[in-house]
Design a protein. Structure first.
Length: 51
């Protein structure tokens, strides 16, 4: 009995997965946008190691 309950929970999670488009929110492709940007371009070059 418990095994069937676990399988049902897993199938429920798979049905709510991200493989299909949400037709009610088709234009809302970005859920949230950060208030401030973080520039990582200069930080990556600062710690570069010469090969």
């Amino acid at each position: 009995m418990r095994e069937h309950a676990v399988e049902a929970a897993v199938v429920g999670d798979e049905l709510d997965g991200g493989l299909f488009a949400h037709t009610r929110h088709a234009r809302n492709i970005v859920g949230r946008i950060a208030h401030e940007a973080f520039d990582i371009d200069h930080a990556a070059r600062h710690n570069a190691v010469a090969l």
